[in-house]
Design a protein around this ligand. Structure first.
Ligand code: NOJ
Ligand code: CA
Length: 706
């Protein structure tokens, strides 16, 4: 099935000394729009410049490293050798936003050598695409740099040429669950603006942002900075120099070690990436991040099937039920049955209700949180190590019965492993826990890392945790288990190499609307997320809340969108697992909008970004792989607007029956979120539609081929 066309052209291999004409120091994208120049200055300091349509978007930016025990990589380098090449392939995603991905770039591999002292070597590889660049450092085998290397800081700069409008979250070392801020680059004040009020593990050491961070220029140039293939290294935040409009890498550290990254020679770093486009939609269309990752190392992964899922989940966030069973806090009595307070959510009976509902509504999975012992002692306890074993169910949850019942109905139970960030326990339990899943035929797990990392002194985004997350996924694959991590490390396209890394949180998800004391996610949140967090990879946002105000559970919280927008999110947000997050009773009371959730796909052949502006609105059309059905979703921020659509993407010889779910005339995210109009319409390739989106609204369109 795999089509792979690989054309590798070696343009030139030139060996020469610095100053010689034979050294190539610039490289352009296949369409020539993006160009990079790499060289050393008069002090021998390596730098690069990026131009887009002949305009410098990243001006002279220096590159280097600081190490523990050995001298810096800073000055006194010469360009020793350059090798340029081109690459063009089309690879296929086992599941994804699209089937075929074009990976076409020109590469320049620059070998630098110190001109004095140990004459150490450093290589920098630039890959230049039509939609941006990626570069990484390679530390090649060499006599004067051997064994273990302790990096105290990486000095990668992005020296910007304009005071861009910037969409950013603070460079927190522990969590990405912040609201996005929109300010000029010169106004970024990450420590002051950090508006994360709901979790305790925030650590923001300086004025830095997390990536992806997206910028819009006056002439319409769009930039997004991130990284690809984050493996055995620390996550990179970007420190902001608001005076000189300069970003500088600041790696996440650890309180336990006087360095940030430990590597063994030879090694390479993650890719530093800049997506560059002249409009907002092309940022979402960009496949730069996955392209910079290695091909699939897992082989046949057809044991995982993309799916919609429901779950025993929202009811806990609303306070209808609890994760814990109400056992005594004395851990020794846990095995004798304990005594429930009667609010436990993950009971055999309740889970069967979700299974029945899912089976009836074309939904493939049921997530069960709070099924296992430990929840009485999971958060806020210093001694949480050893609390969860991930294999012992509470007394009112019959794992055998539930999994058999689900199987008979064609539904798969999704496992939940809340680690409470007690990483040593989880590491020890993983084999047993995944083996239990394999025994029951469960192929996906939602994992969680709530709270301060144990061992103390580590941060969620440092090298120690990067390895925890990656190793958990690699191990899970051996048991045919796919992973959806919450409180994760950022997505960096590793899903290409390990497709069982199916989705993750890594943003303020829907849960904040259930309990955040700051009013939840405002209407502009997702129109920003689509152009920031979503550029990094699939999001487990958990859309589909129909009971928007849920006053019967919480008077002071609500979802800040219309119901039409909740439907649109199934198309706008990409994930191979999409939750129908609301309670069964709320769906059963609303069969008409539920029809969209029943119909909508989760695995796409094609994705088209029809329109959008960062932070304002976005419309996406996706074609389902198996059925060729099309689905279109559009969302807006707190502004109402009219979206004009054309359908040239439809087959020219067909008339399609479509159902549109759009904001009613009086819809408004706060005043009237349930006002929804559903209409059947006919569409063909020449159709035009003008759709009114309410404040905080949206629309969803299903175009079924029948
Ligand atoms: C935080 C996760 O984001 C949420 O989805 C989950 O329900 C809780 N942790 C409990 O694990
Ligand atoms: Ca979370």
């Amino acid at each position: 099935m795999k089509i792979r066309i690989i054309v590798i052209t070696l343009l030139s291999i030139i060996f020469s000394c610095q100053g010689s004409e034979n050294i190539v120091t610039n490289i352009a994208s296949p369409n020539k729009a993006v160009e990079v120049n790499i060289n050393v200055n008069s002090e021998g300091r390596p730098f690069y410049v990026v131009t887009y349509n002949n305009k410098a978007v990243v001006d002279t930016s220096y590159l280097g490293f600081e190490f523990k025990d050995v001298p810096d990589f800073k000055t006194n380098f010469k360009v020793k050798k350059t090798v340029s090449s081109s690459f063009n392939e089309t690879w296929q995603m086992p599941w994804g936003e699209q089937l075929d991905v074009v990976n076409n770039y020109n590469e320049l591999n620059v070998t630098l050598q110190e001109t004095n002292g140990a004459e150490r070597l450093l290589q920098i590889i630039f890959k230049v695409y039509d939609d941006g660049i990626g570069f990484r450092y390679e530390f090649p085998e060499q006599p004067k740099l051997k064994g273990d290397i302790y990096i105290t800081e990486e000095h990668t700069e992005f020296n910007l040429t304009e005071d861009y409008k910037t969409f950013w979250i603070p460079g927190d070392w522990d969590i990405y669950e912040h609201l996005y801020n929109t300010t000029n680059l010169s106004e970024i004040d990450a420590v002051q603006f950090a508006n994360h009020k709901n979790l305790a593990q925030t650590y923001i050491p300086e004025n830095a942002v997390n990536t992806p961070v997206t910028m819009v220029g006056k002439d319409g140039t769009h930039l997004s900075f991130h990284e690809a293939a984050l493996i055995d290294y620390s996550g990179m935040t970007l420190a902001v120099d608001t005076v000189n409009l300069n970003l500088r890498s600041n790696l996440v550290g650890s309180e336990n070690r006087p360095y940030k990254v430990k590597k063994t020679m030879p090694f390479s770093t993650p890719w530093r990436t800049i997506q560059i486009t002249d409009n907002a939609p092309d940022l979402i269309a960009s496949k730069l991040i996955v392209n910079l990752n290695e091909p699939n190392k897992l082989g046949d992964v057809s044991w995982f099937k993309p799916m919609k899922y429901t779950g025993v989940w929202w009811e806990m966030h609303l306070g209808k039920s609890s994760w814990d069973y109400g056992m005594t806090q004395d851990m020794n009595t846990w095995t004798d049955g304990g005594k429930s307070h009667g609010k436990h959510g993950a009971t055999t009976e309740n889970v069967k209700r979700f299974i029945d509902f899912s089976a009836k509504n074309n939904i493939g999975g049921v997530l069960v949180e709070g099924w296992n012992t430990g929840w009485e002692h999971w958060i806020g306890f210093e001694d949480r190590e050893g609390v969860f074993d991930f294999v012992t169910p509470y007394p009112d949850y019959d794992l055998d019965d539930v999994t058999q019942y689900a199987k008979a109905k064609g539904v798969e139970i999704i496992m939940h492993h809340e680690t409470s960030a007690a990483t040593e326990t989880y590491e020890k339990q993983q084999d047993t826990a995944y083996a239990l899943m394999q025994k029951y035929g469960m192929h996906s797990v939602k994992s969680g890392y709530v709270g301060k990392i144990l061992p103390k002194g580590e941060y969620h985004h440092g090298q120690y945790m990067v390895n925890q997350y990656n190793n958990a996924a690699i191990k899970a694959a051996k048991y045919q288990v796919a992973v959806n991590a919450h409180e994760p490390i950022k997505a960096t396209g590793l899903r290409r190499t390990y497709p069982n890394i199916i989705s993750r949180e890594g943003l303020r998800g829907q849960e904040f609307n259930a309990w955040a004391s700051d009013g939840g996610n405002p209407p502009e949140h997702l129109p920003i997320v689509a152009f920031t967090r979503m550029l990094s990879g699939p999001i487990d946002y958990t859309p589909g809340i129909f009971n928007i105000k849920f006053n019967e559970y919480k008077k002071d919280n609500q979802v800040n969108t219309t119901i039409a927008q909740q439907l649109a999110l199934y198309v706008v947000i990409y994930s191979p697992i999409q939750m129908a997050a609301d309670l069964v009773e709320h769906y059963e009371a609303n069969p008409k909008p539920l029809q969209f959730i029943r119909d909508v796909g989760v695995n796409w052949k094609k994705t088209l970004i029809l329109n959008g502006e960062v932070g304002d609105y976005v419309t996406i059309a996706r074609q389902e792989r198996e059925t060729n059905n099309w689905f279109v979703g559009g969302i807006t921020d707190e502004m109402s607007r009219t979206i004009d659509l054309e359908f040239s993407f439809l087959d020219s010889d067909k008339t399609y029956e479509a159902i549109i779910y759009k904001d009613g005339k009086n819809a408004h995210w706060n005043d009237n979120p349930l006002d929804l109009t559903i209409e059947k319409i006919e569409l063909n390739t020449n159709s035009k539609l003008s759709i009114e989106l309410a404040e905080g609204g949206g629309f969803a369109l299903s175009i079924l081929t029948k």
